[in-house]
Write a protein that binds this ligand. Sequence first.
Ligand SMILES: NC(=O)c1ccc[n+]([C@@H]2O[C@H](COP(=O)([O-])OP(=O)(O)OC[C@H]3O[C@@H](n4cnc5c(N)ncnc54)[C@H](O)[C@@H]3O)[C@@H](O)[C@H]2O)c1
Length: 426
Amino acid sequence: MSSNAQSPVSCDVKELALAEAGKRRIEWAFQSMPVLQTIRKQFIKTQPLAGVRIAACLPVTTETANLLATLRDGGASPVLCASNSLFTQDDVAASLVRDYIIPVFAIKGETSEQYSAHIGSAIDSKPQITMDDGCDLVSVLHAKRQDALEEVIGGTGEASNGAGRLRTMSKEGALRYPVIAINDATSTRLFDSRYGAGQTAIDSIIRATNFLIAGMNVVVAGYGWCGRGVAARAHGMGANVIVTEIDPIKALEALMDGFRVMSMPDAAAAGDLFITVTGNKAVIAKEHFERLKSGAILANAGHFNVEIDLECLARMATTRRLVREFVEEYALRDGRRIYVLAEGRLVSLSAAEGHPASVLDMSLANQALSVEHLVKNHSSLEKRVYAVPEELDRKVARMKLEAMSVKIDRPTPDQEHYLASGPEGT
Ligand SMILES: NC(=O)c1ccc[n+]([C@@H]2O[C@H](COP(=O)([O-])OP(=O)(O)OC[C@H]3O[C@@H](n4cnc5c(N)ncnc54)[C@H](O)[C@@H]3O)[C@@H](O)[C@H]2O)c1
């Protein structure tokens, strides 16, 4: 049930009365977002987005709220709908409407019909810029709402799986305007995935179980951008980390980083806690369930809930029960008990709050600067997917360092000349 009476703008949010709590949380997050704070100050002065209509389909969180406030302060008229019906924070949606006068169409737990209708409402604002997460807004625009395509000059895409869909559209010649893939920026990917995903995976598992990580055998499946972070954080808390991989280079890297590397069948017999973060399916499956120790805990930190073959585990179980919030016990026929966290869904967002604001600061700064870049340069851009321009990527990292009062060296003119002319010496 939504209550939008007395709304200052058109919206569909759960309850405007939740706004006060949302406002406090948005302001709390903003304190940890110094790069976005700096951009907001600059935008207020220079108004680079004056009159630009923006439709954003993003997680409705405190950090997104601060991004939209920054765009609005830069002169834009943003409208927000959710990029996943489960990740909307209703108090934030309410505050954006009541306190920031930004139209929002998002309710946590909305049906798929509501989800589609909300994307439709965002498109009704006739955007000139789109900001997407998993590519749902862009897909609807291209497939069903071509009437609204005419005025779009560019877009940004946040998530890596969304960028994949955009690249497919681009390859097929279907993309009708230039899009910048935010997740590819080093200042986003390196920090979001390694430090954000690394910390939140461990944080969410501790919140769900209240277990001591020190001394545990923690198996991390996948040693990519996120897996490196998860393994490092688990090690930092005193776990004996075992890495499983299918890529020999990544496996070697894990080995030389000091971790034990094993096949999953071997790791299955040794592990106490398993964290999948591969982007692949059935990484822990029947042959592995058969070897797990009783009491083993299985968690997934990858995007989709397919990394642990839970249908198979359910077939192997005689009974299942929730033993505490987010912890489900599977009692197997041979007497072993296996524990699955958050139904195998992305544990960081299910059992905790997702990435901390200070790491999202950089991705959302890349978003804001990319929107400015698109507004300035759209006429010279092709209808394809672009990376975040390198100078913006570096600018974001520099701004973050400045906010942390960290100074780095600049090369002297002589050093620049030496590097440019091809280093030599004996
Ligand atoms: N938890 C979070 O907060 C968070 C944040 C960003 C992304 N993600 C998600 O995490 C997943 C991984 O993202 P990434 O950026 O690290 O990807 P990545 O491609 O950098 O790394 C994935 C790694 O998994 C390995 N892998 C694939 N199949 C495997 C298997 N069967 N067994 C062992 N290893 C296997 C690959 O070789 C690769 O090294 C994706 O689903 C992504 O959407 C989660």
